[in-house]
Design a protein around this ligand. Structure first.
Ligand SMILES: NC(=O)c1ccc[n+]([C@@H]2O[C@H](COP(=O)([O-])OP(=O)(O)OC[C@H]3O[C@@H](n4cnc5c(N)ncnc54)[C@H](O)[C@@H]3O)[C@@H](O)[C@H]2O)c1
Ligand SMILES: O=P(O)(O)OC[C@@H](O)[C@@H](O)[C@H](O)[C@H](O)CO
Length: 473
């Protein structure tokens, strides 16, 4: 790491970017196609530990890519060299803002989860760091606007990787809301609109992060060095970016042989991936955890669970999508193969994090497809949803929210604290389960809509709830 000026700013220190975008930049650099480098910072104070660790390793980390590629087993290890600056923006706020003064800065990449790419009102404080991710972007852009007098050629290109629909548009809207809140000049807002680009994109790669300790220790012994930032992922990768292919000039990703698509319309990529791959994860995760399973492959290797997932995907989710069924089935087959990757352990507990927002985006649209046509939601989806409700049977304890598996083991629920409080309050009422379920299904804060009026839905959720509880008895 040389601390030199970087032409990419990365907001997000998480596993995903290290196993995806940073690896791509490294791949371009390695082939001599790209001369730039990345300045990386964390989007929230909690990321400080990883940033400090990465800085202590000179911005270098090991990526292990493992899985099947064209039916062949691959295991590739590479030390990724993409970062020229690694720092904590809360400790060095001036340094963060000063990145805006670098005329060479061109791109901003981010991944802050669905929770991070959201507008939360916040005052403009002159000297102190802005907390939210989009608020930081608004501050950075305002500084750049002032430094370069609103020059049209000094706008930036944003490539947010958060897995939300039209992530670029969302980021732009948040930035403009902060500009309005903070009463920044209208000319600035116009410059943001006219000379900065917020690209919508869809990312796809299973990045499982740091492996189990046993595996990590075995590798460290074999390699002769330790790496606390070690990241593991599958070989498959896809990045669909809604923009003209001429942007290869800036980011020669396809030229580097990467599976990147510059597309006019992202919708088919988005719907297919979020509803099938992520939707099936959200479907299987609570049920799997309630039954004491730990990771995706373990679940998919059990015939009854595999059958349940496949049937729900093929007979319920795919028919709800507006695309040719054979194409969707082929995609689903490839997804099962990725789930069954023998070389990675994708922890269900990791996938379960923030499942309340995930279910809204990934599973409810498939269910609504039926309900809104006056048809009953099919069984697999109802069973998965009942599993989610059972998983979220929350109890508040010592400032935490906990649930219990069917065998009675306790786990911590990791989700929006306000929503967990709503669930815990509902379950603390002394009343029949059906009453609590009806109340919860009608709660629009939880699901973004009222589910209690869907034909036969409440009764069938109760049916599957009771089926789960019978296993508990
Ligand atoms: N891991 C994968 O396989 C994968 C694949 C595709 C997409 N994604 C995307 O990545 C996200 C998960 O990231 P990860 O796997 O790198 O996990 P991670 O926990 O390693 O990283 C999460 C990142 O988000 C930040 N973050 C978390 N909550 C935040 C908040 N409230 N405000 C601001 N920043 C916040 C963290 O600081 C960190 O930078 C998912 O939500 C999804 O959007 C992950
Ligand atoms: O990363 P999350 O937590 O938003 O979702 C969990 C998984 O569904 C997700 O990581 C997929 O594996 C990934 O989106 C594949 O590209």
């Amino acid at each position: 790491m040389n601390g030199s000026a970087a032409n990419i700013l990365q907001i997000g220190e998480g596993n995903f970017l290290r196993g995806f975008a940073d690896w791509m930049i490294h791949t371009c650099r390695k082939q001599g196609l790209f001369a730039g480098s990345i300045a990386v910072t964390q989007p929230r104070p909690a990321g400080q530990k990883k940033i400090a660790q990465l800085a202590a390793q000179d911005g270098l980390y090991t990526l292990v890519v493992r899985g099947l590629e064209n039916g062949e087993r691959v295991e590739r290890r590479e030390v990724i060299k993409a970062f020229s600056q690694v720092f904590d923006p809360y400790a060095e706020w001036g340094r963060f803002l000063a990145l805006a003064d670098n005329p060479e800065l061109e791109l901003v990449i981010s991944n802050t989860t669905e929770a991070g790419l959201a507008y939360r009102p916040e005052p403009l404080a002159d000297e102190t760091p802005t907390l939210s991710f989009p608020g930081k972007v608004a501050r950075l852009l305002y500084r750049r606007y002032e430094t370069f007098g609103g020059a049209p050629d000094k706008g930036l290109i944003f490539l947010p990787c958060e897995l939300i629909d039209r992530n670029g548009d969302t980021l732009r809207e948040c930035v403009l809301r902060y500009a309005a809140d903070w009463q920044l000049p209208e000319a600035f807002a116009n410059w943001v609109r006219a000379h900065n680009r917020f690209l919508n994109s869809l990312v796809d790669r299973i990045v499982t992060g740091y492996p189990d300790d046993e595996q990590a220790e075995a590798w460290f012994a074999e390699w002769g060095y330790r790496d606390e930032m070690l990241t593991a992922c599958e070989p498959y990768h896809l990045w669909a970016i809604e923009a003209e292919p001429e942007l290869e000039r800036l980011l020669p990703l396809r030229a580097a042989g990467l599976n990147v698509h510059w597309v006019d319309d992202l919708t088919p990529f988005q719907l297919r991936k979020v509803r099938l791959l992520n939707g099936a994860h959200t479907l299987m995760t609570p049920l799997g955890l309630l039954h004491g399973l730990e990771h995706v492959r373990e679940l998919m290797e059990q015939p009854a669970w595999s059958e349940f997932v496949r049937r729900t995907v093929e007979e319920e989710i795919i028919p709800s999508l507006p695309y040719p069924e054979p194409d969707m089935r082929a995609y689903a087959e490839a997804v099962y193969e990725r789930y069954l990757n023998p070389f990675i352990r994708h922890r269900l507990y990791d996938i379960a994090m923030n499942s309340l927002s995930k279910v809204r985006a990934r599973l409810l649209p498939s269910m609504a497809h039926y309900a809104e046509r006056g048809v009953q939601v099919p069984d697999g989806l109802v069973k998965g949803f009942a599993g989610l409700l059972r998983y979220y049977r929350a109890e508040e304890r010592d400032g935490k929210f906990v649930g219990r598996t069917l065998a009675g083991s306790e786990y911590e629920l990791r989700d929006d604290a306000g929503l967990l409080a709503v669930l815990a309050a509902a379950w603390s009422e002394r009343q029949p389960v059906e009453k609590t379920l009806s109340t919860l299904l009608a709660d629009t804060a939880l699901w973004g809509r009222d589910l209690s009026g869907w034909p036969g839905f409440t009764e069938r959720v109760l049916h599957y709830w009771n089926e789960l509880e019978r296993l508990n008895a």
